[in-house]
Design a binder for this molecule. Structure first.
Ligand SMILES: C[S@@+](CC[C@H](N)C(=O)[O-])C[C@H]1O[C@@H](n2cnc3c(N)ncnc32)[C@H](O)[C@@H]1O
Length: 391
């Protein structure tokens, strides 16, 4: 493609810097009248699948869009950006900065002393600081998440991300609990991915004294997890076989239930509330109990006739009411997505922090809200409410 001479020379400088591995970045700034909502563009060299690319981040007013181009394609993309959308652009190399300015169709260029001399980081995904590191943790390998060298297996990337996100959240919540020594029950602990990671973080990173029990009704998982805990030297961690409903929670400070199926989440919430646990963290799973009841919701047939909407509504109604029942029991509650739904659709977390008894007028207000919601959605009985001794 034939460019204006000044622009052509500026692009050639860029090409040489790319080939020599001296390019740090390019920034297009000063948007012109044709830029629309595009505010600026940053370009940096990266390696994708062993090939050198230039990664363009288009900063729009309300979002960023990232696109990767080969060095050859990048020349044309940059030429268009500086000819149509931007009045200025700067190539930062480790040797010099090359400024390009445009006034209508006239370009001028200027060489300036290098302002960025550090070699660029060519990794595609910049490494993230994680609370649980993968290296040197035998339990992660025993659980099938890492290889012998401590690398997270490709198939376990999502799970590992989920574990770290969960630890990040619980880390902040547990730090707010005053007692140094904590009794924790993990209800429906399954294969124990999150149980091990939390114990490891609390004991080995935060230095807390922890007595943690994973409650699980599948005996083979209980046996496996106890073996891994022993091999890891996690003295305060054990797993017991049984149901959540039968587990004695007396004296427990923290109750956790992650993806405990259907009303098993309610069992865990009821146990936490009755034991007066200071912190309860649940990520509910399926919502069959309320779903069955909601089939009778009058006036909502126009959307609840569709399975997808019925599913979503059952989830929102169940978890909204669970949070309300926690409030009624003296907990301050929060409900949020703890991880992107790209990783798991079961991504809602309910957190309750114990505050103590409610004033009578607060109690009446919350009871009214619960009764109103039940009537609106045609729910005669709510599992958690019944467990707590209500209707
Ligand atoms: C989906 S898995 C989640 C495991 C783990 N919490 C996690 O997030 O990786 C749910 C586990 O809870 C167990 N479970 C479900 N209901 C239970 C109950 N009422 N009592 C004990 N365990 C239960 C199941 O056997 C299963 O292992």
């Amino acid at each position: 493609m034939k460019y204006n001479a000044v622009l052509g020379e500026w692009l050639a400088t860029l090409g040489k810097a790319v080939v020599a591995g001296r390019l740090v970045k390019v920034v297009c700034s000063k948007p012109g009248p044709l830029a629309g909502d595009l505010k600026s563009v940053d370009v940096r060299p990266i390696i994708v699948k062993r090939a050198l690319k230039l990664s363009f981040t288009f900063h729009h007013k309300t979002r960023d869009v990232v696109k990767n181009y080969s060095p050859e394609e990048s020349e044309g993309v940059l030429a268009r950006l500086v000819s149509e959308s931007f009045m200025a652009a700067r190539i930062f190399t480790m040797d010099a900065d090359w400024l390009l300015l445009r006034r209508e169709k006239q370009f001028s260029a200027l060489k300036e002393a290098a302002t960025q001399t550090a070699a660029p980081n060519l990794t595609h995904d910049r490494p993230k600081q994680r609370l649980i590191e993968s290296g040197g943790k035998a339990y992660l390998q025993a659980l099938g998440l890492t290889d012998a060298s401590g690398q997270v297996l490709k198939s376990a990337q999502d799970k590992f991300r989920q574990i770290n996100k969960y630890i990040e959240i619980v880390d902040g919540l547990v730090k707010a609990l005053p007692q140094k020594s904590l009794k924790i029950a993990d209800m429906g602990s399954g294969k124990g991915y999150l149980t091990f990671a939390l114990y490891d973080h609390l004991v080995n990173t935060l230095g807390r004294t922890v007595e943690m029990v994973g409650v699980e009704f599948r005996p083979e998982l209980v046996m496996l997890c106890n073996d891994i805990a022993t091999a890891a030297g996690f003295k305060g961690l054990r797993f017991v076989q049984g149901t959540i409903a039968d587990y004695d929670c007396a004296g427990v400070d923290v109750v956790i239930a992650l993806h405990a199926c259907d009303t098993a989440t309610d069992d865990a919430l009821a146990k936490a509330i009755k034991a007066g646990a200071g912190l309860v963290v649940v990520a509910p799973c399926c919502h069959k109990q309320v779903r069955r009841e909601m089939g009778k919701a009058e006036g909502l047939e126009f959307m609840l006739q569709y399975g997808t909407y019925m599913e979503r509504m059952a989830e929102m109604v169940t978890d909204g009411l669970r949070a309300k029942l926690l409030e009624l029991s003296g907990y301050e509650t929060n409900l949020f997505e703890f991880i992107s739904d790209a990783h798991t659709p079961k991504n809602v977390m309910i957190v309750g922090t114990r505050k103590g008894p409610l004033k009578e007028n607060e109690r009446a207000r919350i009871e009214g809200e619960i009764a109103g919601a039940k009537a609106r959605f045609g729910i005669a009985a709510l599992a958690l409410e019944k467990m707590l001794g209500g209707r």
